[in-house]
Design a protein. Structure first.
Length: 168
């Protein structure tokens, strides 16, 4: 289960930069924000998307981490990643369109989510991850955020935790 102090599962995830990333094997501090999905501007949104609590806000969440990327790095993050269940090709469009300076990890087969018991929901015939964030240090979860009430402010919340609440 996803709890502070537990080891990250030994699962490699495909990243939009072409790497296979195993969060459990990375050294240093890694910030990961979790989001359901980004929409494609030319495609119609999923029917009822705006009515699903916590579903909307993926682009503001990603842009917040983009805008605070340098500050997150200065606060100690060796790496920053987004995580969703879309395949890498789908995610790549968002990385390019939004100008993200970090990779997004794909858990399209839900191996990582299942191993951790991450909360999911169904929409548009897809299984999607509920929004959240976590910080890993040397393969161990040191911060877990299961609820994100304001996706656009999520990066600020994580940055504040790194600066003020992290025990060094």
């Amino acid at each position: 289960m996803l709890e502070v102090g537990t080891q990250v599962p030994d699962i490699a995830l495909l990243a939009t930069d072409g790497r296979k990333v195993n969060l459990g094997r990375l050294r240093g501090l890694t910030v990961v924000y979790v989001y359901p999905r980004t929409g494609v501007p030319s495609a119609a949104p999923i029917e009822g998307w705006a009515d699903i609590p916590g579903a909307s806000g993926c682009t503001p969440q990603s842009c917040g981490f983009r805008d605070h990327h340098a500050e997150l790095r200065r606060a100690g993050a060796a790496e920053v990643f987004g995580l969703s269940t879309q395949d890498t090709a789908y995610q790549q469009e968002a990385v390019e369109r939004l100008g993200l300076p970090f990779a997004i990890l794909s858990d399209a087969k839900l191996h990582f989510a299942t191993a951790l018991g991450l909360e999911t929901f169904e929409a548009g015939g897809m299984t999607l991850l509920k929004r959240g964030a976590f910080v890993v240090e040397d393969g161990v979860f040191i911060m877990v955020q299961r609820e994100v009430s304001d996706p656009g402010a999520n990066a600020d919340e994580v940055l504040n935790w790194l600066r003020t609440d992290r025990v060094v």
